[in-house]
Design a protein around this ligand. Structure first.
Ligand SMILES: NC(=O)c1ccc[n+]([C@@H]2O[C@H](COP(=O)([O-])OP(=O)(O)OC[C@H]3O[C@@H](n4cnc5c(N)ncnc54)[C@H](O)[C@@H]3O)[C@@H](O)[C@H]2O)c1
Length: 509
């Protein structure tokens, strides 16, 4: 039997039906040990099913016994992996005891949890409305103690996360791990302040080929066996740029057991990721995002590519990273205009997420590791549901239809991508008929000095480009609209007159 990971027990927490017992068994098997399940041990101790004790003695009596059992389990020398009952974290003593261990939050969608947990006599899974309330109340509690977050999904494969869970022990205190999964692969996202400066790296590889741009090379020291420095800027995200990276890899003798490490913003991430996707038909890559856009959005999800003169991101491949190392401390050297452009992606993502992320973002606070975590979880959840952009993933294009058209109509020189998307968001909210929300978003953008209107192109030029997009997409203008924060849907076809009016409204003349 393997020792505990860094002396810590892996403790699985999460709502009813999250798959804690299955996950615990899978992780324990990976460690060559047995999983312990607090509900099972408690039932043995009570000598009866939890439901009957709960119904007869009431919740406080049940929680007291549960606390006793959980504290005891965490102390057991043979404990490697422990699954906790969904309500065990209500106890402050349990929460305190967990600080000495690695806590893994297994997430589950409320509908899925209800499907799995109802009809089993569970005392707190008898009334759907109460169940849904409990789910949302407890999420914050699980997150407050979690070192590791595993999004909804099947649990049997969770043992693939063990090497990353072990590596977490080598990261600076406070670093968290999100286990990302999409149809074509799973990978860890490490999020921690000072992660890069600490010298942490994952995964092991024979050699690391660091691809970065000249600005990032000055700002972010990053060691590698080879360093490939490209010129900064979207204009270098081209096939010629990719060719030069590929040839550098080839002349240095890169092989499939080596790693490409993309250290930079979305431009480096897309270009280096694409090079990794096609070099010898695919080698692994790691993303180290250094801009806000990249930390909240572009580093995750496996879309890589370059621009053609005919269109942005016209040549590309889906290629999930082997890991993402996200360090908010790297943003310290980012120019303010780039932070502003990234802020638009934060607002967009918060509108898609709704809930606690939107509540934080709408207060207009600084973007910190917590907000970055909320954004990346939202992006990963969307990608997990639809890696290849067949449906749900299109919500990530909120604000992009008109945003892209403004960028193209102004020859990509006048507005940063994020700035144009910010204006596009205002159009999308107008088309959604959500006036108070539009005003709120406009205030947030204005507070960061972002433009609320465009110039340098006419309304007709922008509408023409939207129309051209429509032809390319087989007759659909896939507008993403917002019913409310957290309720965002793709595939809308707005009335052309309303669209014109909404674009005129954001035209500075
Ligand atoms: N793959 C995806 O899913 C996805 C999603 C969104 C955007 N994107 C792509 O991302 C690109 C935009 O990315 P971006 O906004 O990060 O731009 P970027 O990569 O061009 O970076 C912006 C500028 O900041 C500099 N920089 C980066 N990190 C720095 C740091 N820490 N300190 C100082 N300077 C730093 C860069 O050199 C550059 O000049 C676009 O090409 C877009 O298509 C891709």
């Amino acid at each position: 039997m393997e020792a505990r990971i860094a002396g810590r027990v892996l403790v699985l927490v999460g709502f009813m039906g999250a798959g804690k017992s299955t996950g615990a068994r899978a992780l324990a098997a990976g460690l060559g040990s047995e999983a312990l399940d607090s509900d099972r041990v408690l039932e043995q101790r009570l000598g009866e099913p939890i439901e009957s004790f709960f119904d007869r003695e009431g919740e406080p009596a049940f929680r007291a016994r549960e606390e006793e059992v959980v504290l005891e389990l965490l102390e057991r020398p043979d404990a490697r992996v422990v699954a906790l009952g969904g309500g065990a974290l209500a106890s402050e003593r349990v929460r305190e005891a967990l600080a000495a261990h690695t806590v893994v939050h297994l997430e589950v969608e409320p509908e899925e949890a209800w499907r799995r947990a109802s009809n089993h006599g569970r005392p707190l899974a008898r009334d759907p409305a109460r169940f849904a309330r409990l789910h949302s109340d407890r999420l914050a509690l699980y997150d407050s103690v979690a070192d590791v977050i595993v999004p909804p999904g099947p649990r049997e494969g969770i043992r693939h996360a063990l090497p990353a869970l072990k590596a977490l022990a080598e990261t600076p205190a406070g670093t968290r791990l999100v286990w990302a999964s999409a149809a074509s692969g799973e990978y860890p996202v490490f999020l921690g302040e000072g992660l890069v400066a600490s010298g942490f790296f994952y995964p092991r590889a024979r050699r690391r080929f660091v691809v970065t741009d000249e600005n990032v090379a000055r700002a972010v020291p990053f060691e590698g066996d080879e360093r490939i420095v490209i010129p900064a800027g979207e204009e270098h995200k081209t096939l010629a740029g990719a060719e030069s990276v590929l040839r550098r890899l080839a002349t240095a003798g890169a092989e499939r057991g080596d790693l490409v490490v993309a250290v930079g913003g979305g431009v480096v991430g897309d270009l280096a990721g694409f090079s990794a996707a096609v070099y010898q038909r695919g080698m692994p890559h790691v993303q180290v995002p250094t801009t806000l856009v990249a930390q909240v959005d572009s580093a995750y999800g496996g879309k890589t590519g370059v621009d053609l003169p005919e269109g942005k991101n016209y040549a590309g491949a889906f290629h999930q990273p082997a890991a993402v190392l996200c360090d908010p401390a790297l943003l310290a050297t980012l120019p303010p205009e780039e932070l502003g452009a990234g802020y638009v992606e934060v607002v967009k993502t918060a509108l898609i997420a709704g809930g606690p992320l939107w509540s934080r973002v709408r207060r207009g606070e600084e973007v910190d590791a917590e907000v970055i975590m909320g954004c990346l979880r939202t992006k990963l959840a969307v990608v997990a549901a639809d890696e290849r952009d067949a449906g749900r993933r299109q919500v990530l294009n909120l604000g992009h239809t008109v945003g892209h058209a403004i960028e193209a109509a102004t020859s990509y020189g006048r507005y940063r991508h994020g700035e144009a998307v910010g204006i596009g968001l205002l159009v999308a909210l107008r088309l959604s008929g959500r006036e108070p929300l539009r005003a709120e978003v406009a205030d947030l953008l204005a507070g960061r000095g972002l433009p609320l209107a465009f110039d340098g192109a006419s309304v007709d030029e922008v509408l023409e480009l939207v129309e051209r997009d429509k032809k390319r997409a087989g007759g659909r203008v896939p507008f993403v609209l917002v019913q409310a924060p957290g309720e965002v849907t793709p595939g809308h076809e707005p009335d052309p007159r309303l669209l014109r009016a909404a674009v005129e409204e954001v035209h500075a003349g």
